[in-house]
Design a protein around this ligand. Structure first.
Ligand code: ATP
Ligand code: MG
Length: 291
């Protein structure tokens, strides 16, 4: 897997049009990539076990995309091997009245994964520089003092997000951000499938077609997000999303490589705990009731 091609290099400026949504790396088909995906799913389960036992790092995975790019499918497949106890998925929707009564990062902070856990954000505070930027009337509903809303608001939000993520990372949260990069044509195809297949009708919402009409504005907003918020401590990856099997393979690979680089270890028992273990063993050996 050529991960370099998927990473937005911190400090560099990229153009979204240079990232091909149909790219599949060295893999020629779903079958060809199946072994790699399966082996990464197994590795991820083992790594999660150590992450949980070590109880120091947490892992935050952020997914952003246009509708029908496959966020749900990636989350379902890539996390299929992990222990649900150590993992939580949060879907961020239109903010509630209570959430709107606070600053925009408030609701995220409450959902951050505990140490040892994996937190998955299906959408995130990045909506605040995406949907809110494409539809500025949403900003009007946020009740921010008027003199604080200037033309610099998006630049300021990028700064706030970078500082927030650096704070999290310096406290042990490892952050990976994924943009599932679906092409305009593939999105149309998937919407039509949802309309034409009764079992998929529930996935279709007319609002999705309304957002599709703002495609270009969304792409511009996304590009600006990548060029301003891909950092060493919270990098963005642009994952080709026209082939679902490749999206899953690429995301699993990046998560596994990142967890491997942490050099996670099961905690070594301290001398007191070793003594407890020895005493418990001796007591159990004397216990003849069960034999
Ligand atoms: P799916 O359609 O697969 O169930 P989804 O993530 O598209 O998943 P929806 O309920 O369809 O979920 O959409 C959630 C909506 O909430 C999106 O349109 C998103 O832009 C919007 N949203 C999320 N966060 C914010 C925010 N902070 N401000 C305004 N809108 C937001
Ligand atoms: Mg939706």
């Amino acid at each position: 897997m050529n991960k370099e091609r998927l990473l937005v290099p911190p400090g560099k400026t990229i153009k979204l049009k240079d990232f091909d949504p149909a790219y599949t790396g060295k893999f020629s088909s779903k079958e060809d990539a199946a072994g790699k995906l399966q082996s990464d799913i197994v590795k991820l389960a083992a790594l999660q076990d150590v992450l949980y036992a070590q109880d120091t790092y947490s892992l935050l995975l952020i997914f952003q995309a246009m509708d029908a790019a496959g966020k749900d499918g990636v989350i379902k497949h890539v996390m299929s091997g992990v222990n649900p106890q150590g993992c939580q998925v949060v879907s961020f929707k239109t903010p509630s009245a209570e959430e709107l009564a606070h600053d925009y990062l408030w609701r995220s902070m409450k959902q951050m994964p505990e140490r040892g856990r994996i937190g998955i954000f299906n959408r995130s505070y990045y909506e605040e520089v995406l949907v809110v930027r494409v539809h500025p009337e949403i900003l009007g509903n946020q009740r921010i003092p008027r003199q604080l809303v200037t033309k610099d608001i998006w630049k300021e939000r990028f700064e706030q997000i970078n500082a927030y993520e650096r704070y999290l990372s310096r406290n042990g949260t490892v952050i990976l951000k994924f943009f599932l990069n679906i092409s305009n044509g593939e999105q149309k195809k998937r919407f039509l499938e949802r309309i034409d297949t009764p079992e998929k009708n529930w996935k279709f919402s007319p609002a999705d077609v309304r957002e599709r009409a703002h495609w270009k504005e969304y792409m511009n907003a996304f590009e600006d997000v990548f060029n301003n918020t891909s950092t060493k401590w919270a990098p963005w990856h642009i994952i080709p999303a026209d082939r679902k099997w490749f999206t899953r393979t690429a995301v699993a690979d990046i998560i596994v490589t990142t967890l491997e680089s942490l050099d996670l270890r099961y905690p070594a028992p301290d001398p007191d705990h070793l003594k407890d273990l020895k005493e418990a063993r001796a007591a159990l050996e004397k216990d003849h009731l069960s034999s």
